[in-house]
Design a protein around this ligand. Structure first.
Ligand code: ADP
Ligand code: MG
Length: 243
């Protein structure tokens, strides 16, 4: 289980997260929604250990171990993965060499080149992506959809224990959305924790989250089951703020 306890986070002297308490359980898909600027990406980055954000109070526990002060690399080794809202381009590095490096860094034993290409081929096929996709330079000249697919490819290869997907569905056409949803569903197992940050009901129709949380202005203001999705789609967030 991944547990966030009374978390307060500052960036540039401004308190962005103002006392977050959350439990993300194994074997469940969790959706995190909320208006722009409410702090969702901040929470994702904090779980991953991004040093840009400063924790002023609170704790993050993963399988009862306090990981609040671990580096991003140490967290990645524990199986925590974040798919970025705006993935960066890396000049001169192909997707396949990046993925092999990432995989070797995340595991303590090295995978052979042959084994790696077998795995890569299998995942490309699963995600209905052309084989030469992995020979392109990471995110360079990628369309929005291709960037997101490359993030999902990374997710399938690394096979993390905790996957946080920050607006991985934004700006996708229906086919790309289905591909990405099936990539996420394929990852889902009893021991996995999946956290999907999204603005849209569409991806949640494919993922069928078990739990839904709403964040407004740095606080979790509402949580519920899948039924909440329709309510949010219909009424937006203003009715919650008024509660
Ligand atoms: P969300 O993902 O819910 O849209 P964010 O976590 O990106 O929200 O942002 C929450 C708040 O923190 C916003 O007011 C945003 O302007 C501020 N913020 C986020 N990152 C930075 C940063 N690097 N510098 C200054 N302010 C930031
Ligand atoms: Mg965001």
């Amino acid at each position: 289980m991944l547990e966030i306890k009374n978390l307060h986070v500052k960036i540039n002297e401004k308190e962005i997260l103002r006392g977050i308490n959350l439990k993300f359980e194994k074997g469940k898909i969790h959706a995190l929604m909320g208006p722009n600027g409410s702090g969702k990406s901040t929470l994702a980055n904090i779980i991953m250990g991004n040093p840009k954000y400063k924790i002023i109070k609170g704790k993050i526990l993963f399988n009862n171990e306090d990981i609040t002060n671990l580096s991003p690399t140490q967290r990645a080794k524990k199986g925590i993965f974040l798919s970025f809202q705006n993935p960066s381009e890396i000049e001169g590095v192909t997707i396949s060499s990046f993925l092999r490096m990432a995989l070797n860094n995340s595991k303590n034993k090295k995978i052979s080149v042959l084994e790696f290409y077998k795995l890569l081929k299998e995942k490309l096929k699963l995600l209905k992506m052309p084989e030469n996709f992995s020979e392109r330079y990471l995110n360079q000249g990628f369309s929005g959809g291709e960037k997101k697919k490359s993030e999902i490819l990374q997710l399938s290869i690394l096979n993390p224990k905790v996957a946080i997907l920050d607006e991985t569905d934004s700006g996708l056409d229906i086919d790309a959305l289905k591909t990405i949803a099936s990539g996420i569903n394929a990852l889902m197992k009893k021991d996995k924790i999946i956290i999907v940050i999204t603005h849209y009901k569409r991806i949640l129709e494919y993922l069928k989250p078990d739990k839904l949380f709403v964040m407004i202005n740095g606080k979790i203001v509402l949580e519920g089951g899948p039924g909440l999705i329709d309510q949010l789609e219909e009424k937006g967030y203003s009715w919650i703020e008024k509660k």
